[in-house]
Design a protein around this ligand. Sequence first.
Ligand code: CTP
Length: 402
Amino acid sequence: MIVEDLPQIFKEARPIIKNLEQAGFKAYFVGGSVRDLLLKRPIHDVDIATNAYPAEVKRIFPVTIDTGIQHGTVTVKYGEEFYEVTTFRTESTYQDFRRPDHVEFVQNLSEDLKRRDFTINALAMAGSGEIIDHFGGITDLNNKVVRAVGEARERFHEDALRMMRAVRFVSQLGFTLERDTKKAITENRELLHHIAVERIREEFLKLGLGPDSKDGFSVLIDSELIEDLPLLAGKSSLLKNYLTLNFFPTTEPIFWALIIVLIKLTNDEVRAFMRTWKNSNEVAHQVQQIVECFDIVSERELTNRELFDFGVTTLASTIDLADILGEPVNGVVLIDRYNHLPLKDAHELAVDGRFLMANLGIPAGPRIGRLLQLTLDAILAGQIKNNQKSIAKYVKKITSVV
Ligand SMILES: Nc1ccn([C@@H]2O[C@H](COP(=O)(O)OP(=O)(O)OP(=O)(O)O)[C@@H](O)[C@H]2O)c(=O)n1
């Protein structure tokens, strides 16, 4: 099979292949870019595999960066673009947990392809556009199947993250998981414990945000791989509720908040959960806010002060989460109430600490902060207006008790 009209991204990368060939080497496009080309999906970057060693690649191209030389990868700058050029290699380079730094280079493309994870990812393409398919990858693409190359058990022992990748592709591409590949996941799922949580998290997130995340979750539960995800062991009966949803998360914080609500964590447990999953403090904070806000809106109306404190981003995410979970929350009303708040940021307060000290004779100290907070409360509750005159009157009144 030859692809006649290659997208621009491949055309621009062709000179890399040509230069390697002119120097007497073989070189091919490999991996996800070839898969995505045949699926007519957007292509973000193209990777190249070659029998040239990194030192040889560096001799051919004037501008290179040693991004992963111990794994055989050199980044080549060509024009304004950067390309990863990797020497044909075998499994142990895919972060084999038994031999993390072991690299084995091989001489030909077939050897390289047969140690890749799935048939759909074991396709290569020559500079001419000719597709090289040794493992039935094109048939599997057409049938929408994720199937390990050769023995699935071996592929998962080489890199256990591949089990998560398999399920991620189900969600991302809308494919089904081939039976033996799924069986090998169930039989080898404990291997996932050798994998860094950050890598698992990336795959879990891609799974959760994929267009077919319901199918992804279904396979995750069916294959029992879910039992080996951090803090999700024993939660599969709760997570089965994911399969009854009609809408799905579209952002990272909403995805985590949904998982947390489904597994019924208390507010106190959220922080530890997010930390175990090695999320950034920023994402962890956003998720905590959404979960807290969701807890409140499921019980009662938010106060104006709560609307103010949560802010519009958390409110919008909470409304999405409520929608996903079928919780009756009137998002339009909530956002309208937010939009009509007398102020949306503490900086909009008509007075500051200096004003209270200079005009009302209140000494510096923590009391100033308390008075400002009470003032904010009163404005948000509609008791007073946000101007210096009504605030001064109000503060004078409450100084006797605060
Ligand atoms: N654990 C892994 C990771 C990657 N690969 C191989 O390396 C290629 C590139 O990997 P990567 O860029 O991580 O993923 P893609 O398959 O390109 O998918 P995406 O870009 O959507 O993450 C894959 O296609 C596959 O051939 C593999 O065999 N085993």
